[in-house]
Write a protein that binds this ligand. Structure first.
Ligand SMILES: *Cc1c(COP(=O)(O)O)cnc(C)c1O
Length: 364
């Protein structure tokens, strides 16, 4: 069902210590086309190559495009596993529906992921903390300037070996709370992983970086009070012994990591409140010494502790500014499950059948 055209011009692989994030791409990519008359068709794995598109292709003008992000991990037992691919596939189809893109066949999508990983297995890095980042995406390719859904699409999967997110150990970041610009609004497309949501954040992100902050914390569009996300991560707070995270209000991306963190915490008997959280409340808790921890969650970093906030010029130190015990435990457990050193009691890891080298080290 999936045709494979092997590359005859294999690329040199970068040293694992220099991978960084999203800089290098494997030798092959998956492609699938859509025509209104034929549906999705011509599933193929081909050498990694540029796409040729008509300048009138709708993706360039109206932004009809969606992406996903997930990882395959080389376990310390040598086995290669995908983390919750079904969740990413389901989310992509929800994004597709929101952006008027025809849904993908979930089984074909999963088969494409598995086959592509197999073809490019030599690219799965094995050093501690490394992984194979997988980027599925769809673009509207019809050459027509009418403001209406495209009748042609291309779906592709590209893969990038990525380095350890915390080469010097997990460390808290400083976050700038954006009180003017917003990322998304209820009723809009904030819960779809679509390109415009990200381009719209670059301006705030740059301003925050220039002031020494790593990322931006987003507030709701109507009142600029309710906390939504941090950069492109979901966010959690531990206040006075309770864990809370913004409820999925319609403008928040439903992170796979977010849902995994909630399930992990609940399995430890720690209740997670999904509710509306105001920035005032967080500052009040902080001033009262009740804000114990805060962290972001996402596929790239898994857990990213937050050490400091800055909102309307007022700085707030969280905990003692160092990685909190719960953040550390969540990070260690989730990465442990991903690298196969902690038992996967949730059935999150999908075996690929690939066997690489067995690492003698054990992830911390
Ligand atoms: C992808 C993304 C997340 C995190 O989702 P994961 O599935 O955990 O990687 C959170 N917020 C935004 C805006 C995102 O794009």
């Amino acid at each position: 069902m999936i045709r494979v055209e092997q590359s005859t011009n294999l690329k040199a692989k970068p040293p694992q210590g220099e991978l960084g994030f999203g800089k290098y791409f494997t030798d092959h990519m998956f492609m699938l086309d859509y025509e209104a008359s034929q549906g999705w068709h011509d599933a193929r794995i081909v050498p990694y190559q540029p796409l040729t598109l008509d300048p009138a292709a709708k993706v360039f003008h109206y932004g009809q495009t969606i992406f996903e992000g997930l990882k395959a991990y080389h376990g310390s037992d040598g086995r290669v596993r995908l983390f919750r691919p079904e969740a990413n596939i389901a989310r992509m189809n929800r994004s597709n529906v929101r952006m008027s893109v025809p849904e993908l066949d979930s089984e074909l999508f999963l088969a494409a992921l598995e086959r592509l990983i197999e073809v490019d297995a030599a690219w799965i890095p094995s050093e501690p903390g490394t992984s194979l980042y997988i980027r599925p995406f769809v673009i509207a390719t019809q050459a027509l300037l009418g403001v209406a859904p495209s009748e042609q699409y291309q779906f592709a999967i590209i893969m990038s070996p990525v380095g350890a997110y915390y080469p010097e150990g997990i460390n808290p970041v400083r976050i700038f709370v954006e009180s003017e610009h917003v990322r998304a609004s209820v009723g809009g497309v904030g819960e779809a992983k679509t390109a415009g949501n990200y381009a719209a954040t670059f301006m705030s992100q740059q301003t925050a970086k220039e002031s020494g902050y790593t990322q931006v914390m987003w507030l709701d569009s109507a009142q600029h009070r309710y906390i939504e996300e941090v950069g492109s991560m979901n966010v959690f707070f531990c206040i006075d012994g309770k864990v809370c995270t913004p409820a999925l209000s319609g403008s928040i991306l439903a992170g796979v990591t977010r849902s995994s963190i909630i399930q992990l915490l609940e399995s430890w008997g720690i209740e997670v409140l999904e509710r509306a959280i105001t920035i005032e409340e967080v500052y009040e808790a902080g001033r009262a010494g009740l804000l114990e921890e805060s962290f972001g969650t996402g596929t790239a970093a898994v857990v990213s502790p937050i050490g400091e906030l800055c909102w309307r010029g007022e700085q707030l130190l969280i905990g003692d500014g160092r990685t909190g015990a719960l953040s550390k435990r969540l990070y260690d457990t989730l990465t442990g499950i991903q690298y196969g050193t902690v038992e996967d009691r949730f059935g999150w890891m999908r075996e690929t059948g690939l066997q690489g080298i067995i690492r003698s080290d054990i992830m911390e």
